[in-house]
Design a binder for this molecule. Structure first.
Ligand SMILES: Nc1ncnc2c1ncn2[C@@H]1O[C@H](COP(=O)(O)OP(=O)(O)O)[C@@H](O)[C@H]1O
Ligand SMILES: [Mg+2]
Length: 220
């Protein structure tokens, strides 16, 4: 496929949304300045969950704080993430990649392994099966893991104000999620980025990594 899928992963507050914006700006100007405008065709920023209008509704169910005594079960949570992913892959990711876009996606399959597998302790084989059903086998071309201390991430989130349902889960849950990412980071396609540096320093490190990949992908 001409397009490439670049995924940002990491715990709450690790800087995914911030860094996606930095990278989008850098790529936009690079594509114009280097006259690469037809190859790749452009940059698309999206996210899981919530990258489509149906996904936005699923995201709301997933992230709204528990209402009264009726809390979402872990299995229901897992299946809702899978439903969002299946829809998003087919409606957004595949068409964008087929038309040659660089797609920057805020979270993907590794988050489900980390949160529902390590965090909620659901069966990892089941999660891998669901991930492969939901993605139809579409893997990321590059996954950037913004590595950040759990306490530091939660501190950033607290500074930001109200917490959603997942952010409200206890510190032990978030530590297990961190372990989930760290375990997956041993995989080759998972590049670790130090998320504790300044926003600008993290952005520069990501640009260097992505430039290297662009050169391989597009023989620049
Ligand atoms: N490198 C950084 N240093 C300090 N604060 C940061 C850094 N990157 C992001 N932040 C701040 O931390 C908060 C969480 O960042 P965000 O990009 O929303 O993380 P995520 O999308 O991974 O949850 C935001 O308020 C953001 O401004
Ligand atoms: Mg975010």
């Amino acid at each position: 496929m001409r397009g490439k899928l670049i995924v940002f992963e990491g715990i709450e507050g690790s800087g995914k949304t911030t860094q996606i914006q930095y990278l989008r700006q850098w790529l936009d100007s690079k594509l114009i300045n280097d006259r690469l405008s037809d190859y790749p065709t452009g940059v698309i920023v999206t996210r899981q969950p919530g990258g489509t209008s149906i996904g936005q509704q699923i995201r709301q169910v997933l992230l709204q704080p528990a209402a009264g005594t009726e809390s979402l079960t872990s299995t229901s949570e897992l299946l809702l993430y899978a439903a969002d992913r299946a829809h998003h892959v087919e409606r957004i990711l595949l068409p964008a990649l087929e038309t040659g876009h660089l797609v920057l996606c805020d979270r993907y399959t590794a988050s489900t392994v980390a949160y529902q597998g390590y965090g909620r302790k659901l069966d990892l084989d089941l999660i891998n099966t669901l991930n492969s059903i939901a993605t139809g086998g579409l893997n990321s071309d590059l996954t950037l893991w913004l590595k950040l201390d759990v306490a530091q991430g939660l501190k950033r989130m607290n500074a930001r104000g109200t917490a959603d349902r997942i952010e409200q889960a206890g510190i032990d849950f978030h530590r297990r999620v961190h372990t989930g990412f760290a375990t997956q980071a041993q995989d080759n396609t998972f590049i670790t980025v130090d998320g504790s540096l300044s926003q600008e320093a993290v952005a520069e490190n990501i640009q260097a990594i992505v430039l290297n990949y662009l050169q391989q992908w597009y023989a620049l």
